[in-house]
Design a protein around this ligand. Structure first.
Ligand code: MRU
Length: 361
């Protein structure tokens, strides 16, 4: 659990200014992450279909942010529904929830958020619409609180003046705020534990180059961008102490799905004797999936690989394979940091001790 003195020492307002999801009372605004860092525009979602499309298109992305957006998507869908109580409302809203669920398969936070709302429906009477909105708001608030506490707990594992590398974007943009792995980096810088940050560019969608580098720069933390293919060489030069990443799904044995390229970083870190940390809230833990072989890995349009920023780089007629996540086996992970506690050298027994037995989502 995060030390309270360290919690009090962090100026969260300094680090916590970007908000990718805004609930406006009758619609949802999502910061368009396809256009960052050169344009800061919000997309307006007035229906659950708008939200599902925004999740699929990566307008909003990052496991916790997807879950929070889907929860508000259900709130939007509820506007058209008349029902005497939550049970009747749930029956009417299940088709919309299925559409939201199917928008992206790998991040379990999406299924988790919908399951949270199902519990709320079942426990609600005539006031189910208020209860639904309250739960959606709480999912966002709980995520922010978890990130702040994980940030400090993760930073406490790191020796002063360490050098770290991260992958993809796990910051405010990917969450309700502060971030998971990026939250550890923010807290680590504030606490004097981290004095150098390398960000991998994260082909093909460039979450590292476009989003993480920008977020860090906005905070006054100067990142050094590296090509994904430069990571192992960078480690060999002795420039890194920790690799710190987020997660899209953590299985019952600690196997972890995250952005494609994470597995390669974990192997390279092990080879060079570096530490590897995964940071994710309980909403990313899937105790109903025994191990990483059972995770559905999203494959996206090969067009994403055949060019950069809309400019074609491969010759016409070239085929491409575009899996956007991979699975890091638990034996390559030194620590999983959650708001429920830190699990060092994770395995099924240690995961069960913290998270118990959960049903599959
Ligand atoms: O395809 P994306 O950009 O949604 O993938 C995001 C990641 O893989 C993140 O590392 C993960 O969701 C954790 S975000 C706190």
């Amino acid at each position: 659990m995060a030390d309270m003195d360290n919690m009090a020492a962090i100026d969260f307002d300094r680090y916590d200014r970007i908000r990718p999801i805004r609930w406006e009372g009758d619609h949802l605004q999502l910061l368009d992450q396809r256009k960052l860092p050169f344009a800061t525009e919000y997309v307006e979602c007035r229906t659950y279909q708008d939200v599902a499309q925004a999740i699929f298109d990566l307008t909003v992305r990052g496991a916790p942010a997807i879950g929070i957006s889907a929860a508000y998507g259900v709130v939007l869908a509820s506007f058209d529904v008349n029902a005497a109580d939550g049970v009747e409302a749930l029956a009417k809203l299940e088709p919309a929830m299925q559409v939201l669920h199917d928008a992206r398969p790998t991040a379990v936070n999406l299924a988790w958020a919908l399951e949270q709302l199902r519990h709320t429906f079942r426990a609600s009477g005539a006031d189910w619409k208020n209860k639904l909105l309250d739960r959606a708001n709480d999912i966002a608030k709980e995520d922010l609180a978890a990130n702040r506490s994980m940030g400090i707990a993760g930073a406490e594992l790191i020796a002063p003046n360490s050098r770290v590398m991260t992958h993809c974007n796990t910051g405010s943009l990917a969450t309700a705020g502060f971030g998971t792995a990026l939250g550890v980096i923010r807290a680590g810088v504030a606490m004097g534990r981290i004095n150098k940050v390398f960000a991998g560019e994260t082909r093909p969608w460039m979450q590292g180059a476009r989003l993480t580098a920008w977020e860090l720069q906005e905070d006054g933390i100067e990142p050094t961008l590296v090509g994904d293919s430069a990571a192992a060489h960078l480690m060999k030069t002795g420039a890194i102490d920790w690799v710190i990443v987020g997660a899209d799904r953590i299985c019952a044995n600690g196997d972890t799905a995250n952005k494609i390229g994470t597995y390669a970083l974990a192997i390279a870190a092990k080879h060079h004797g570096l530490k590897f940390m995964v940071v994710a809230p309980e909403s990313t833990v899937d105790m109903g999936t025994a191990n990483g072989d059972l995770i559905h890995i999203e494959e996206r349009d090969p067009q994403e690989l055949l060019g950069i920023g809309g400019v074609r780089t491969a010759a016409p007629g070239i085929n491409a394979w575009n899996p956007v996540f991979d699975v890091t086996p638990s034996e390559l992970i030194d620590a999983i940091v959650t708001e429920k506690g830190v699990i060092e050298h994770p395995n099924a027994e240690k995961m069960r001790a913290v998270f118990g037995q959960m049903s599959s989502t």
